[in-house]
Design a protein around this ligand. Structure first.
Ligand SMILES: *Cc1c(COP(=O)(O)O)cnc(C)c1O
Length: 407
């Protein structure tokens, strides 16, 4: 059965809410680091469905976990117990240094829950009957999702503008500007929230100084430090969590993208202390943390906690980064190379250059992505090998030399 791209495209244009400007490729099958389209063309996947398929496509352990669980139990709702949520929470607690988990269905839902937890925690700890603190300090250039709460804290005016007014009590701090953070932080702040490495904003790591200051300010004031590791967490940087590279432990972490290896699952990880602000009935979800997604997530964590996988992400990430740095020294159009492990980016001079490189790479069988207009982003599966990196870098070298990107 071979679906036809033009037919599907035509139907979607009539039938779907016009939200996505899709790349004209129809994928039918995946295997390891490769995807296959409806014409049987093979592509090397350097995007992993935006950081989701971290073990590549068709991983045997994931397939087995999903097949087994699908045969036993897919859904029960959160009115009842099932065997996997606590097992998964125990693993995540051990890996993160935090205590408790809440499971939901996506990144934006995890972030939404973290914001609600911050407001609830401020009320819960408000001793003297005065107005509880409620301000949220979040970052310019950030991305936390598309629901109204998450969107209100996303530092991108283009995304927010069509849906104004936004949630009150949100203040944007210039990312990595310690003086700006200090000037905006006061006793009315219930949480400081940021991505440890900004993803959609162009792969920008938080500075050590900024994160340390955010930790100290929130700790002293009894506010929460919330880190969004939806894109950079769960082994992507070669550490289980990116904050572990900074020696900082937040009060709340949000995770999602690769967590259930392609099934929708998000989570908020937090301390016993912060979690005590939530009581039964204050928050919830029908699907979140269902048996199927949790079983897949347990299998995913069992794979990525193997020392050889983490070691591989570090080694291949460094190798890839060095190759990108070499491209930078050879090509004037490359402005910067950034990132850690297998969350890497190469910034070009103009949006048109970045766009044409992404399209040309696709036509040569390499899936890469452009974010923040000028930034080529690479989020390959953790099983990517040198031969794939070499092949992509060869193509990039050619494309960056070509007249087509010097417009
Ligand atoms: C993708 C992403 C989100 C939103 O996750 P969804 O699953 O798309 O809702 C939030 N924060 C960060 C850092 C992300 O990369």
């Amino acid at each position: 059965m071979n679906a036809n791209l033009e037919m599907v495209r035509q139907q979607e244009s009539q039938l779907l809410v016009p939200i996505y400007d899709r790349v004209p490729v129809l994928f039918e099958r995946g295997e390891g680091v490769h995807l296959f389209d409806s014409e049987g063309r093979r592509y090397v996947d350097f995007l992993s469905g935006i950081g989701v398929n971290a073990l590549g496509h068709g991983h045997p352990a994931i397939q087995a976990a999903i097949a087994t669980q699908a045969g036993r139990l897919i859904h029960v709702s959160n009115l009842f117990f099932h065997e996997h949520q606590a097992r998964l929470a125990a693993k995540l607690a051990a890996l993160s240094g935090l205590d408790r988990a809440f499971f939901c269905n996506s990144g934006t839902e995890a972030w939404e829950c973290a914001l609600k937890l911050a407001r609830a925690y401020a009320r819960h700890t408000n001793a003297n009957g005065s107005k509880p603190k409620s301000r949220l300090l979040v970052m310019t250039n950030s991305f936390h999702g598309r629901t109204l709460g998450s969107l209100s804290t996303t530092g991108n005016k283009k995304y927010r503008a069509p849906f104004a007014p936004m949630l009150p009590g949100v203040t944007f701090v210039r990312f990595n500007d310690v003086a700006d953070l200090e000037s905006k932080f006061d006793g009315s702040v219930c949480a400081v929230g940021l991505e440890t490495i900004q993803g959609e904003g162009g792969v920008n790591p938080v500075s050590r100084e900024f994160l340390a200051r955010a930790r100290a300010l929130t700790k002293d004031a009894g506010a929460l430090l919330i880190l969004d590791e939806i894109q950079c967490g769960l082994g992507r940087t070669g550490s289980m969590f990116a904050y572990q590279r900074y020696g900082v432990v937040p009060d709340v972490v949000t995770i999602a993208k690769p967590l259930a290896a392609g099934l929708p699952l998000g989570a908020v990880l937090t301390t016993h202390e912060a979690a005590a602000a939530f009581r039964p009935g204050m928050h919830g979800t029908t699907f979140g943390g269902g048996p199927l997604a949790c079983a897949a997530a347990i299998a995913f964590l069992d794979e990525i906690t193997k020392p050889e996988i983490r070691e591989h992400v570090r080694t291949i990430g460094d190798y890839f980064r060095d190759k990108l740095l070499a491209l930078k020294s050879d090509h004037d159009v490359v402005v910067d190379v950034r990132g850690e492990g297998l969350m890497l980016a190469m910034e070009l001079k103009s949006p048109d250059q970045a766009k044409s490189v992404v399209n040309a790479a696709l036509s040569r069988g390499f899936i890469i992505n452009r974010t923040h207009d000028t930034v080529l982003r690479f989020l390959p599966p953790y099983i990517i090998q040198r031969e794939h990196v070499d092949a992509l870098v060869g193509v990039l070298d050619e494309l960056l030399s070509g007249g087509n990107v010097n417009a």
